[in-house]
Write a protein that binds this ligand. Structure first.
Ligand code: LRH
Ligand code: MN
Ligand code: MN
Length: 425
């Protein structure tokens, strides 16, 4: 995508955009909108490599779009395209061995040519790879057999090495480990084995790295999961040390969990590492962020902004911000543009909450005022300040429209073919 294509697109929308922005500035004259815009410019959300292809379910996979990236280079190209469109997707997160960065130097410079960094690297001990000597069928880091644990530990250490070569600075460990039936596991031993294994991996972390321990309530195990909730994740993170943190994937909770409260308390403990953003109606649906519960997304960002400001944390760099979504029916790139937009809007809304008034209302137990204050920003249309942030960063006022108008998918199909399949879920 060329700079002049973006400029042309912006020219056609500029008049309307400026009108909307000045209207918004008038409405929020007591707020330093310039500061908010700068925060939005700085905020970057990493794209997972496995979200670039059409996701499958266990009932089938419909590669409806074509032009899916066939290798790591093409995945980087896709994220580069997203970043050119919105200037908010400046990083890619790899999943190993779905991604095999054979020539790290080359891959690193390819990414740099698109202005991309490498976010957390993800290990995979939830599938057996072809030719693997021992199986993860009954777990990996928790396994009763030391030899299986060793295999899984070595894989994680290898992933760290690959990440170092790419300039990544964190490892995300998500474990499918758990049990499907009562009695199958000794919970305490499974925890201890997992902790010991994580300790060995932790020992291989460079000093500037973080380890993210991701939890998930259920699936693929349906009776117990060994890192099943934020309490268990926090136990591991606390025992591991100061480089270990809890990672919150929005889809990994039991229905109706109060995720914003979890986020607030993890932040308070200095143990919130980062996010996998997505949305869901039932469980780990991995739907487009903000497509089902945008109010919840706002409430989460509201806690994030409040908590990070209280601790003097830089919003853009203190936590790992990432999407984790993948599904069947949309063009993955369009889907990701929608997710990023939803995240930016929720962040903007949270930045505009009148904190002073909210604190006062809380102190006075004025429950009605508390709700009014939050919903005032939630119900305000802040899309034009998000668009303004993009404009200032050299990106498109309306990324999705430009993607469609330029026929980006059609070009990708032209280059890569109709029947390409990206590695991933
Ligand atoms: C597990 C999960 C985890 C994996 C990814 C593919 O459900 O959220 O983050 O690494 O999906
Ligand atoms: Mn996840
Ligand atoms: Mn998940």
């Amino acid at each position: 995508i060329e700079k002049n294509q973006i400029a042309q697109h912006n020219d056609t929308l500029l008049g309307k955009h400026q009108k909307q922005l000045s209207h918004l500035k008038n409405e929020w004259e007591s707020v330093d909108i310039e500061k908010v815009i700068q925060k939005l410019v700085d905020f970057q959300i990493a794209i997972p490599s496995w979200a670039l292809g059409t996701g499958g379910t266990r009932f089938g996979r419909f590669a409806i779009n074509g032009g899916e990236p066939r290798n790591i280079e093409e995945k980087i190209e896709d994220v580069g395209l997203l970043h050119a469109l919105n200037a908010s997707s400046g990083a890619i997160s790899l999943h190993i061995p779905w991604d095999i960065p054979q020539n790290p130097e080359q891959i690193k410079s390819l990414a740099a040519s698109y202005g991309l960094k490498f976010d957390a690297v993800n290990s995979n001990t939830f599938q057996d790879q072809p030719g693997q000597a021992l199986s993860y069928k009954f777990g990996s880091l928790q396994h009763v057999d030391k030899a299986v644990r060793k295999l899984a530990i070595e894989h994680n250490v290898e992933v760290i090495k690959q990440g170092i070569a790419l300039g990544s600075e964190s490892l995300t460990v998500w474990l499918a480990d758990g049990s499907c039936f009562p009695g199958q596991l000794n919970f305490r031993k499974a925890f201890e084995n997992t902790l010991n294994s994580l300790q060995e991996i932790y020992a291989a972390l460079p000093a500037n790295w973080k380890m993210f321990v991701e939890y998930k309530a259920y699936e693929p195990n349906f009776y117990s999961t060994t890192v099943g909730d934020w309490g268990q994740s926090l136990l591991y993170a606390n025992k591991l040390g100061e480089q270990a943190y809890t990672l919150v994937d929005l889809g990994h909770h039991l229905p109706n969990a109060n995720i914003e409260q979890i986020v607030a308390l993890l932040l308070m403990e200095g143990k919130l590492g980062g996010f996998h953003f997505n949305d869901s109606k039932y469980g780990d649906d991995d739907l487009t962020t903000g497509s089902i519960k945008p109010y919840q997304l706002f409430l989460i960002f509201n806690e994030l902004v409040e908590g990070m400001d209280a601790r003097g944390m830089d919003h853009a760099t203190s936590l790992g911000w990432m999407i984790d979504a993948s599904h069947n029916v949309k063009d993955p790139l369009e889907d990701l543009l929608q997710s990023i937009e939803a995240i930016m809007i929720a962040y903007a809304q949270a930045l505009l909450v009148d904190r002073k008034a909210l604190t006062e209302a809380q102190q006075n137990n004025d429950v009605v005022a508390c709700q009014e204050i939050l919903q005032h920003t939630f119900r305000s249309d802040l899309r034009s300040i998000v668009a303004e942030a993009r404009l200032r960063a050299g990106a498109a006022l309306s990324p999705l429209n430009l993607y469609r108008n330029l026929g980006c998918r059609k070009s990708l199909i032209g280059e890569r073919g109709q029947n390409t399949v990206a590695t991933g879920l």
